[in-house]
Structure formats: structure tokens, C-alpha cells
Ligand binder design. Sequence first.
Ligand SMILES: [Zn+2]
Length: 231
Amino acid sequence: MFTKKKITIFSLIIMVTLLTTMIFFNDSTSFVYLSPKPNYTIVIDAGHGGIDGGSIGKTTNVKESDLNLIYAQKLEKNLEQIGFNVVQTRKNKDGLYTLGTKNYKKEDMLNRKNIIEQANADIVISIHMNSFVSASSKGAQVFYDSNNEVGKQMAIAIQTQLNNGLDGPKKSASAGDYYLVKCTTAPAVIVECGFLSNPTEEQLLINDEYQDKICYLIMCGVLDFFEINNY
Ligand SMILES: [Zn+2]
């Protein structure tokens, strides 16, 4: 038989347990939705490298792989300045494969995937320069994996910043069949910064100030994405 006192203590324990659960639930909810999550890790991937130079500039013969690295490093500076952890897949002009490997492209891609996994990336941004047979094509465009809805939201956020901040044609973020956006469950995008096959845009893409502008706009898009998703 419970005494009155025992019943009171029992009720009190239940109440405290319930309250603690509620407070804990509220706390964890507000942590996820209101507080900025510290130590976000952003993997930046400078596309191509080594013997894989990617696209080549029509008039200057600039290699896409070299430009991608410059943009990746500028973007890293921007993102680190505002407190993100940044991991680069490629830190120099070399590709991510053993020299002389027959299927070097596959090894290169797998190594990039491993770096993304080991970094436990919160988001992935792969930098590329576009090229097309028609020299008239121009403009920056962001691609995402059609199966990754959050990645799509990030692509739209970055595309919106690029469209608002650049004078070129306004493009739409599009689904793209790229290994780098499909190899991870993290939101991942490919940013094609512009067309090296368009001589006017090629001149812009090799310009230091234009590079700064694009990297700044990508950073703004990333911040918009985190804000929209209440990270
Ligand atoms: Zn490329």
C-alpha cells in the first residue's frame, strides 16, 4: 500500500521526469533550429588537375584546372574568415592519382570522394569552368544531384546570388549527372563559373577582381542556404 507521502514523492518524480524531458526536447530543438552549429565543414573541390586540365581558354589557352584551383583557394579564404572549417580536395596543380595509373580518372574521383567522407562534410562545393562548341554560350551556372533536395536548395541559393551579382545571362540551377554531387549524401553542388569557350567571359574569368567577385557571391549563397535551412 502506498502512503500519501509516498504517492506525493512518486508524483513529484514523474513530474520532474516529464519536465526534464520537455526541457531537453525544447533545448535540442532550439539547438538545431536557432543556434548556429559550430564547426561546419565545407569541402571545396577544385575540379580536374594534373594531366586532366579540363577546358582550355579560347584565346589565352588558360587551363580550367589552374583557374579552378585559384577560385577554390579564394573561396576557402572567404569561408574561413567567417568561421567555417574548409577542406580542399586538391591543394596544388596535381591530380589525385598515382602517376602512370591506367584508369587515373577513376582513382582521382574515388580519392575526392574519400576526402569528402573523411572530412565528414556538411556541404560540398566543386569548382569548374564551362565550355561549349558555340562561342556565344556564357554565364555562371550551378548544378546539383536530382536526388538530393537539400543540395538543390543550396544550388538555387548560390545561383540566385550569381544571377543578382553578375552582369551575364541569368541561368537556372539545374540537375546534373556529375559524380562529385552524387558520391555523397551531403548537399553538394558544381559551380560552373563561366565559359572558357566565350572569349569575353574568358577574359573575365582570368581577372583577379572578377574571381574575387564570384567567390564572394558563392559565399553569400552558402550563407543564404544555411539561413534558409535554419542551420
Ligand atoms: Zn570541369
